[in-house]
Design a protein around this ligand. Structure first.
Ligand code: AP5
Length: 193
């Protein structure tokens, strides 16, 4: 199973990806997680990405395309993968098409979780509260001010990615406003059809 999960910040991509990892035994390839790991490690990639991520903007396409290119060849991706947070621009989607073709791989599904902006803000505020209550550290980009920039980047740069896949007849849009279990059932249904 090879799939792409699309959706704005806080739509539930990571939540659904983790569930699919458990169900299908495939790997979650989250460019956000990879970039945060690079920032934590202080690698050259992390140093380049940190300020951009903290502002809520998208890092340059070439950085994430290189990350994904390397990970698609990993042994852990041999059984399949869930791309979470990639592609996020039309240029990334086109690069992914070329990478998959070169690697003789095909996507089984592209699923978009559709959630309105007031709900996204509520979810991010909830996540901040829960993280603090658990004694964890809140992501540098998880605050209402930076969320505005992340949503702006989503509207301008990522929303057109849906049209890229719709044009190929590959896009399945699901209601991401429903409770987690209900969204999971809808994802399962979309993958079965
Ligand atoms: P990234 O880490 O990808 O963050 P994001 O897309 O902004 O998404 P989130 O992780 O905030 O949300 P999510 O959709 O995974 O929702 P979640 O399941 O956590 O990217 C961070 C940054 O990295 C970007 O801004 C950019 O700078 C950079 N970056 C990453 N990829 C890039 C790329 N390809 N190109 C360029 N730059 C890139 O859920 C959110 C909360 O809601 C949780 O608390 C969850 O429990 C809750 N929740 C989930 N589903 C439901 C539900 N159905 N009902 C109620 N609550 C729910």
């Amino acid at each position: 199973m090879r799939l792409v999960l699309l959706g704005p910040p806080g739509a539930g991509k990571g939540t659904q990806a983790q569930r699919l990892v458990a169900k299908w035994g495939i790997v979650q390839l989250s460019t956000g997680d990879m970039l945060r790991a690079a920032v934590a490690a202080g690698s050259p990639l992390g140093l380049e990405a940190k300020a951009i991520m903290d502002r809520g903007e998208l890092v340059p396409d070439r950085l994430v395309i290189e990350l994904i290119d390397a990970r698609l060849d990993g042994a852990d991706a041999a059984k399949g993968f869930i791309l979470d947070g990639f592609p996020r621009t039309v240029a990334q989607a086109e690069a992914l098409d070329a990478l998959l073709e070169a690697k003789r791989m095909r996507l089984d599904a592209v699923i978009e979780l559709v959630v309105d902006e007031p709900m996204l803000l509520k979810r991010v505020e909830n996540r901040i509260r829960e993280t603090l209550q658990a004694g964890g550290s809140v992501r540098a980009d998880d605050n209402p001010e930076t969320l505005k920039t992340r949503l702006d980047a989503y509207r301008k740069q990522t929303a057109p990615v849906s049209a890229h896949y719709a044009g190929k007849g590959a896009l399945k849009q699901l209601d991401g406003m429903a409770p987690i279990e209900e969204v999971s059932r809808a994802v399962d249904g979309a993958l079965a059809s």
